[in-house]
Design a protein around this ligand. Sequence first.
Ligand SMILES: NC(=O)c1ccc[n+]([C@@H]2O[C@H](COP(=O)([O-])OP(=O)(O)OC[C@H]3O[C@@H](n4cnc5c(N)ncnc54)[C@H](O)[C@@H]3O)[C@@H](O)[C@H]2O)c1
Length: 243
Amino acid sequence: MARGLLSGKVAVVTGAAAGIGAAVVERFLAEDARVIAVDVAGQVPDRAGVRTITGDVADPATWRRVADTAHAEFGRLDVLHSNASVVVRAPAHALSEDDWDRQLAVNLKATYLAVHDCVGLLREARGAIVLSSSVHALAGLPGHPAYAAAKGGLVALGRQLAVEYGPQVRVNTVLPGPILTSVWDGISEADRRRSAAATAAGRLGRPEEVAAAVTFLASDESSFITGACLVVDGGWTAMKDSA
Ligand SMILES: NC(=O)c1ccc[n+]([C@@H]2O[C@H](COP(=O)([O-])OP(=O)(O)OC[C@H]3O[C@@H](n4cnc5c(N)ncnc54)[C@H](O)[C@@H]3O)[C@@H](O)[C@H]2O)c1
């Protein structure tokens, strides 16, 4: 009988109701994982293999519920995919302190909270953590000071966690480039075309293309990869349009 890449594994996915997180849930289920799907707002459809938790990843109480659920209902936790994020676009001088704090809390601190409560189970299972950073960790785009700081922090945090919790737990980070999800909702067709043209692939990415990378890093297929960053950007960071 064919076995999925994540057969027998239990995985937490945050930001699971939309975009890349929803695509990761679909792919993990297709690879025979059972999924604890965490989201603050959106609805994750209830179905076989999915246990939904409505909660804010920046709230420590959410992580106590996640760890308790993994322990009590599944008896294990093999994969943590820390993916939920918020972005408020404004240059530093126009960004409120609340919006700075919120972006750092959801986009960076939440991963510390997750590890604080879940790493015991992940160690027992010899599990894997996959963080969602961004190409904003590598290149500056106007209007993203807090988001970029948090995503850059995640790259360092991922490396740190890999060293701290190896050899039992592997920790890797994906850095998506322009991926067509709701974060592009307010962006004009012309700007979308400009972003697509700034990739070597000549197009925006699809959530499933990031989910494929996350699945690889969550699975035993990447058993000798830890502390690494995988850029999933269609060559956006490789490309410079300059005379
Ligand atoms: N889409 C892109 O172009 C792109 C590019 C680079 C990096 N990323 C990263 O990929 C990840 C997913 O992005 P996306 O485009 O799918 O985003 P999205 O906005 O489509 O989905 C994010 C999900 O996270 C949930 N969420 C937001 N705040 C939360 C919180 N506090 N607690 C729990 N859930 C929360 C939302 O309800 C939503 O369902 C993010 O980490 C993002 O920074 C995306």
